[in-house]
Write a new protein. Sequence first.
Length: 138
Amino acid sequence: MKSVSLMLLRVGIGLLILIWAIIKLAATEAAIGVSDTYYGGILSDPTLQIVLGALQAVLAVAVIVGLFRRVTYPAMAALIGIGILPIWQSIVDPLGVIFGQDNVQILFFPSLTVFFATLVMLAFRDEDTLSLDARRGA
């Protein structure tokens, strides 16, 4: 049951990363809007969005199939961890009690769960026996 649970977690989070990649690749303007709103515009160059989207897609596929997990899992954790930094107010105060409802978005709160799930995947990486890495003995 543990190996199936880890595989399902891996596939689910990998698909989330793939969706983010597709947005960068296919809806670049939307990705730029996110960058402008939450990251101060530092990622707002269309070419940069395409490059980041392509790299994210590669990472997502590797995560989904469980390939190069010693590298891809920490990269995934870093990506998701960095991604929640700009929305920290919504993580700390999802109901807007402290920062006011205009400064938080309750739909961002599950990002914390996704981040913690990546940490679980890292902690139990060697027990994820339904991955390509496990099949190739890595």
